[in-house]
Design a protein around this ligand. Structure first.
Ligand code: BES
Ligand code: MN
Ligand code: ZN
Length: 496
C-alpha cells in the first residue's frame, strides 16, 4: 500500500474514490459539503432520503457523481459532531478501507483528516488512518494452497489535508508506514507455526532484517551462550532438539558513545510448558510466545527506516520450551549469568528464566534504559484482558514515558505496582529465589523476579500476554506493541 499527502480542494481533485465524512443528524463535513455542492446536491438529496444516518462506521457509496473529477464518493458515518471519540474515528477509517476495498477502485483519497477528534492532532489522525488501512489489508495466507479472498485491489491512498498541514502530515505518514511494515513483520513471525518459526529461523530473519536495514547483528550460538554462563536460559533450551540462539542487534543513529536504549524480547518459539506441561486446549497459541521478540525485531527495523537519532540495542534470547529426558524438572536449581541461583518450581514459568540472563547481558551496554517485552503471564490476561499491555518499572519517569507513548500511538499499556512486598512470594528454601510466586498477583511476581536482574539500570517490563495476538475466529498476531515501542523511541530521538 502506498500513501501520499495532497492538499487540492475536493471539487478539483481527481480520484477513483473520494472518502468524506457525515455526522449524525445527517450533517456533512466541510469536504463532503464541497463535493456535494460541486455535484449538484446529490449527497444532501441522499441524506434527506435517509440513505445514511451518520452513525460511526456506517458507509454509503455513491457511484459516478456528475460534475466531479471523482468516479465515486464514499460517505462515512462519524457519529455526533464535536463528540467524535478515538474509537469512532478508528471505526470510521476501518469501515472506509473495507468499503473501498469492496469496490474495484485501486486508488482512493480520504478527507477524514479534517474531522475533529477530541484533542487529537493531525499526526494522530494520519497515523490512525495508515494503521487502520494496514490492519484491514493484512493477510496471512502463505501456507494455504488456495489464497483467501482475492487480494484487495486498493493500492494507493491519498490523504487530503490543508496546505499548511502537509509537512506534519508527511512526517506522520512516514512514521506510521514504518510502523505498519514493522507490525506486519511481527504479525507474520507470530502467525508462523512453531515447526517453521524456530529459534534458527528467527535468527535468520533477524539477519535478513539487519542486512536490509543496515543494522549490526551478532547471533550467539549454544557454545557462546555457555561461555557467558547463561545457565538459566540454557536450562530452558535443553529440553528441545532445536539449538537456542541469542540475537544481538545494534542500531547507531545517535551520537557516538551516547548510551543506548536496550530492548529485550522473549523469543520462546513454542511454549508447551515443559515437564509442567500445559493443558491441550489452545496450546497451539503458544507459537505466539515469541511475539516479544518479533516486536523488538520489527521496532529495530522501523527505527532504522526512520533514521531516528539515538542508539538502540535489541536482545533476543530464543529457544523452545519442551518436555524431554533432558528438560528442566520441577525442583531443579540453575545458576543464572548473574550468579544468582533459581529453583525451577514450575518449568512453565520459562519466560523469566530466559529473560533474566538477557537482562544481565544488557549491563555490558551501559544502557540509559532497558525495556523488555514478553508474553509472560496468563495472569496478565486475567487482570487486563486484551485491551492494554501490563507495565511494570523500577523507574517512574520511564514508566510515564511508556504510558505516554501508548496513549499517543493508541497501543496502550497500564502500570501495575512493582512493590518490594511482592518479593517475599519468591522465597525458596534451597536457592536464592524460586521461579514462581504462587497464584496471587502472578504478573507482578513475574516482574518482581525480573527486577532482581535489572538493578543496575532504569528498567521497564511490558507484559503483552493479552495484547500480542487474538484468539478465536479472528486468530492472529496483532503486531503490538510495535506502535508503542516506536513512539517511545521516536520520543527519545534527539531533535524530535
Ligand atoms: N507464555 C506463558 C504465558 C501466557 C499464557 C501467555 C497464556 C499468554 C497466554 C508463560 O510462559 C507461562 O506459561 N506462564 C505461566 C506462569 C506460571 C507457571 C507461574 C502462566 O501464566 O500460567
Ligand atoms: Mn510458559
Ligand atoms: Zn511462555
Amino acid at each position: 500500500m502506498e500513501f501520499s499527502i495532497k492538499s487540492t480542494s475536493p471539487d478539483k481533485h481527481k480520484t477513483a474514490c473520494a472518502v468524506a465524512g457525515v455526522y449524525q443528524q445527517r450533517k456533512l463535513t466541510p469536504a463532503a459539503r464541497a463535493l456535494d455542492q460541486a455535484a449538484g446536491g446529490v449527497l444532501s438529496k441522499l441524506l434527506r432520503r435517509g440513505d445514511c444516518d451518520g452513525k460511526a462506521g456506517s458507509t454509503l457509496l455513491v457511484q459516478a457523481p456528475a460534475g466531479l473529477h471523482c468516479e465515486r464518493i464514499l460517505l462515512v458515518g462519524l457519529g455526533k459532531e464535536n463528540e467524535v471519540a478515538d474509537k469512532d474515528y478508528r471505526d470510521a477509517v476501518r469501515a472506509a478501507v473495507k468499503a473501498v476495498s469492496g469496490t474495484g477502485a485501486s486508488e482512493a483519497s480520504s478527507y477524514l483528516a479534517e474531522v475533529k477528534v477530541g484533542q487529537r492532532g493531525l499526526d494522530w489522525k494520519i497515523e490512525q488512518a495508515v494503521m487502520a488501512a494496514g490492519e484491514t489489508l493484512y493477510r496471512f495466507d502463505e501456507l494455504k494452497s488456495e489464497k483467501d479472498d482475492a487480494k484487495p485491489a486498493l493500492r494507493k491512498v491519498t490523504l487530503m489535508v490543508t496546505a499548511g498541514e502537509t509537512r506534519t502530515a508527511e512526517a506522520a505518514s512516514a512514521r506510521s508506514q514504518a510502523i505498519v511494515k514493522a507490525m506486519n513483520l511481527a504479525k507474520d513471525l507470530g502467525n508462523l507455526p512453531g515447526n517453521i518459526c524456530t529459534p534458527t529461523y528467527l535468527a535468520d530473519q533477524a539477519r535478513a532484517v539487519a542486512k536490509a536495514s543496515g543494522l549490526k547483528i551478532q547471533v550467539l550460538e549454544q557454545k557462546d551462550i555457555e561461555k557467558l554462563g547463561m545457565g538459566s536460559f540454557l536450562s530452558v533450551a535443553k529440553g528441545s532438539e532445536q539449538p537456542p540462539k541469542f540475537i544481538v542487534m545494534q542500531y547507531h543513529g545517535g551520537a557516538k558513545g551516547a548510551k543506548p536504549v536496550v530492548l529485550v524480547g522473549k523469543g520462546i518459539t513454542f511454549d508447551s510448558g515443559g515437564i509442567s506441561l500445559k493443558p491441550g486446549a489452545e496450546m497451539d497459541e503458544m507459537k505466539y510466545d515469541m511475539c516479544g521478540a518479533a516486536s523488538v525485531l520489527g521496532s529495530m527495523q522501523a527505527l532504522a527506516e526512520l533514521g531516528l537519532a539515538l542508539n538502540v540495542v535489541g536482545l533476543i534470547p530464543t529457544c523452545e520450551n519442551l518436555p524431554s529426558g533432558r528438560a528442566n524438572k520441577p525442583g531443579d536449581i540453575v545458576t543464572s549469568m548473574s550468579g544468582q541461583t533459581i529453583e525451577v518450581l514450575n518449568t512453565d514459568a520459562e519466560g523469566r528464566l530466559i529473560l533474566c540472563d538477557a537482562l544481565t547481558y544488557a549491563e555490558r551496554f551501559d544502557p540509559v534504559a532497558v525495556v523488555d517485552v514478553a508474553t509472560l503471564t496468563g495472569a496478565c490476561v486475567i487482570a487486563l484482558g486484551h485491551v492494554v499491555s501490563g507495565l511494570l518499572a523500577n523507574d517512574d519517569a520511564l514508566a510515564r514515558e511508556l504510558l505516554q507513548a501508548g496513549e499517543a500511538s493508541g497501543d496502550r499499556c497500564w502500570q501495575l505496582p512493582l512493590l518490594d512486598d511482592y518479593q517475599e512470594q519468591l522465597k525458596s528454601n534451597f536457592a536464592d529465589m524460586a521461579n514462581i510466586g504462587g497464584r496471587p498477583a502472578g504478573t507482578i511476581t513475574a516482574s518482581a523476579f525480573l527486577s532482581r536482574f535489572a538493578k543496575k539500570y532504569k528498567w521497564a517490563h511490558l507484559d503483552i500476554a493479552g495484547t500480542a495476538w487474538k484468539s478465536g475466529k479472528g486468530k492472529g498476531g496483532t503486531g503490538r506493541p510495535v506502535p508503542l515501542l516506536v513512539h517511545f523511541l521516536a520520543g527519545r530521538s534527539q531533535g524530535s
